[in-house]
Ligand binder design. Structure first.
Ligand SMILES: Cc1cc2nc3c(=O)[nH]c(=O)nc-3n(C[C@H](O)[C@H](O)[C@H](O)COP(=O)(O)OP(=O)(O)OC[C@H]3O[C@@H](n4cnc5c(N)ncnc54)[C@H](O)[C@@H]3O)c2cc1C
Length: 477
């Protein structure tokens, strides 16, 4: 019997979903707009988190999905969707086991407690040496095996434009290809099209006035979300948006950043700040050695997202650079050229060049130097051994950066896409970032809580749909 599911998007969630469907004997077509599979995994750090994996147990780490759920709800300030997080964390251990079976190269020391975000209470974070590419290199061979044997009908270069609806039910999709428009019909459609954190217009509409550099893969345009909204799907979670601190614009004037090329190292767990951080008024707003990334992120957001790192010549250290990806020589060159960094012999001139209020910056530097001399900072910073006194003086412009989108389509506990009132849209399902990172993380960062839920909910949906689409037919163009 031929059963039909269309999975839209061959990325982190879509590939595991399609693999699971195919392994259960379901006829599945995968539509992918790009000319390759993998989605965000090409760029992602690929960190995952899971309680109860074989690997974690073998290390004698006591953990459970309950603990993971509690940590996520705490770190996300109670804003994550507990039903979705529960589904994700209960499946996460099995996802890690699955990756292990497929040969994922787990480093010996994992899982660990990761301090790049505010930490979990247990060691449950994992990633491969090649980051997201390690996940891709593990999943893609199995996916391609199923494509090669005809169990998955992969259609690259197919961009979903619309969901087809008949009598209130999603019955297929319309897609653009280089040869024109095609319509495909199926019993169920799964949206795994990822987020919208590369879509400037959409982002700015949702977050007017906020300075955010977009750092997602260019495929993350929110097209699946928008197609679902056009047929009445609900939307939630954008209000949970939180930018990461330290964004450096890598293509000047474009509002984008590749964090692997340049990122301010503001994490006090890795590096003690030798700079002060100031807003456009030249005012400090946070203790720069504040160890909680969450506190730093919220403080930045409250300032509107645009800051400068200000420091003097003595703060430049080749071994511990402020901007990861910039050598001291690069920093000096960029500053001399005025390309996102500036240098001057005086503080007021530096401020004028960088676009900071000169009087405000002069006042702040004076206060900062006095705090260093007194050994006490009104903002509570403990590292007071870098007064800003020895010219030349430097400023590096930084904005919040986002690699993910917090908003997404509303889904119920069955991962059915729902309308605003909560009723499920028959035939339409979603997993991955299209449901919004806010659903799985709330309004904070929880290590691994995008990649792992994408894989886990993709697989879970694959199993559930395989059980449901048992009776009806066809995939027809
Ligand atoms: C730099 C960076 C670092 C990150 N680090 C981490 C991390 O360490 N841990 C973590 O948990 N998360 C991390 N994330 C986020 C995480 O990688 C993503 O949330 C997750 O991979 C998204 O999976 P997905 O399946 O929803 O989307 P994707 O993997 O992006 O897949 C979506 C696919 O759908 C396709 N598509 C989109 N629109 C259409 C359309 N209209 N028609 C057809 N196909 C379409 C895309 O081309 C893509 O292939 C990071 C992201 C980035 C960018």
């Amino acid at each position: 019997m031929e059963l039909a599911v269309i999975v839209v998007g061959a990325g982190t969630a879509g590939m595991p979903c399609a693999i699971t469907l195919a392994e259960h004997g379901v006829q599945v077509a995968v539509l992918e707009k790009a000319d390759n599979v993998g989605g965000a995994l090409h760029l992602s750090a690929g960190q995952m988190s899971a309680a109860g994996s074989r690997l974690q147990r073998s290390k004698g780490i006591e953990d459970s999905p309950e603990h993971h759920l509690a940590d996520v709800m705490r770190l996300g300030h109670g804003k994550a969707d507990p039903a979705i997080v529960r589904l994700a964390v209960e499946e996460a251990g099995a996802s890690i086991d699955w990756l292990e079976e497929l040969g994922f190269p787990f480093p010996d020391d994992q899982p660990i407690i990761y301090y790049g975000h505010d930490p979990y209470t247990r060691a449950r974070t994992y990633w491969g040496v090649e980051l997201g590419i390690s996940v891709l290199n593990t999943v893609q061979p199995r996916f391609e095996e199923l494509v090669a044997e005809g169990s998955i009908d992969l259609r690259l270069g197919h961009r979903l434009t619309d969901l087809l609806v008949e009598d209130g039910r999603v019955v297929g999709v319309r897609a653009e290809t280089t040869d024109g428009t095609v319509e495909l019909r199926s019993e169920a459609v799964v949206l795994t099209t990822g987020g919208y954190a590369a879509n400037r217009a959409l982002f700015d509409r949702l977050h007017p006035g906020l300075h955010v550099l977009l750092g997602a893969r260019e495929t993350s345009q929110g097209e699946g979300l928008l197609a679902a909204q056009r047929i009445g799907a609900g939307f939630r979670g954008a209000e949970h948006h939180l930018s990461t601190v330290g964004g450096i614009e890598t293509e000047l004037g474009q509002g984008t950043s590749n964090l692997w090329e340049a990122l301010g190292n503001t994490n006090a767990n890795n590096r003690v700040a030798r700079e002060i951080y100031v807003n456009p008024a030249g005012r400090r707003y946070v203790a720069e050695d504040e160890p909680s990334q969450d506190v730093q992120e919220r403080a930045l957001q409250a300032e509107g997202g645009l800051i400068w790192f200000v420091f003097d010549e003595t703060a430049i250290d080749e071994d511990e650079p402020l901007v990861m990806g910039w050598s001291a020589e690069m920093l000096r060159e960029q500053a001399a050229a005025g390309e996102g960094a500036w240098v001057a012999d005086g503080i007021a001139e530096l401020a004028r060049r960088a676009g900071i209020d000169p009087a405000g910056l002069e006042r702040t530097v004076g206060e900062w130097n006095a705090a260093c001399a007194a050994g006490s900072d009104p903002l509570g910073r403990k590292a007071l051994d870098h007064p800003i006194r020895t010219g030349p003086f430097y400023a590096v412009r930084s904005e919040g950066i986002t690699v993910i989108s917090f908003g997404g389509v509303t889904v119920d506990g069955e991962l059915r896409v729902t309308r605003e009132g909560g009723a499920a849209i028959p035939g339409l399902y979603a997993a991955g970032e299209v449901i919004g990172a806010g659903a799985t993380m709330g309004d904070g960062f929880c290590s691994g809580m995008c990649v792992t839920p994408a894989i886990s909910l993709g697989r879970l949906l694959g199993r559930r749909l395989a059980a449901q689409v048992g009776a009806a037919p066809m995939l027809a163009e």
